[in-house]
Design a protein around this ligand. Structure first.
Ligand SMILES: Cc1cc2nc3c(=O)[nH]c(=O)nc-3n(C[C@H](O)[C@H](O)[C@H](O)COP(=O)(O)O)c2cc1C
Length: 171
């Protein structure tokens, strides 16, 4: 069974090489709308986002994050943060932010934009460095950085379907 939405999920890959074409404001808004449409525990929506399109800021992230060198080429990035102030279900905020992150990746793919999920939380040192770089208060935790750019590389679907991982009515 197929549909555009399913094809979008199956074709998403991490894209780490980009053209110089900037990401349009409307596209960023669409991705942020997708992020905020994610499910969250108690519908607490504990997320906040920092959009970065300043070349100097993007270039400074690989100084402390060893797996983020694609940001040298990326025209933009979105930092997904957990806002830990007054949460009804504080122990679920990471899952909520992961769902928001994945929605951004899928929206980017649907718009023809390449992206990578760059992990930040739970590495305390990375969390602190991102907070310092962007002036983020202590109770707002950077969870992930998503690099964004129109692709200058192509990747086919990954096809990781593994029937042996599926169990029915018990292990
Ligand atoms: C929690 C998490 C953290 C990740 N961190 C990084 C990262 O720091 N740098 C990077 O280049 N890719 C990172 N990735 C992307 C994975 O390497 C990538 O999703 C995986 O290799 C599968 O490839 P695909 O996204 O093309 O399907 C991360 C993915 C997840 C889910």
């Amino acid at each position: 069974m197929g549909s555009e939405a399913i094809d979008n999920i199956l074709s998403r890959r991490s894209i780490r090489r980009y053209s110089e074409r900037p990401i349009e404001a409307a596209a960023l808004e669409t991705m942020l709308k997708a992020a905020m449409s994610a499910p969250s525990a108690h519908n607490q929506q504990p997320w906040a986002f920092v959009v970065i399109d300043d070349r100097k800021i993007l270039d400074s992230i690989p100084d402390f994050h060893p797996y983020s060198k694609m940001l040298y080429q990326a025209p933009a990035a979105i930092v997904v943060c957990g806002d830990l102030r007054e949460l009804p279900a504080p122990y679920f905020w990471q899952q909520d932010c992961a769902a928001a992150t994945q929605n951004i990746l899928l929206a980017a793919n649907a718009l023809g934009i390449g992206s990578v999920w760059i992990g930040v939380f739970p590495h305390e040192e990375l969390v602190t460095k991102v907070q310092e770089l962007l002036g983020i208060p202590g109770d707002i935790k950077p969870f992930s950085i998503i690099s964004l750019g129109y692709p200058s590389e192509g990747k086919g679907p990954s096809n990781r379907f593994a029937p042996e991982r599926i169990h029915h009515n018990g292990w």
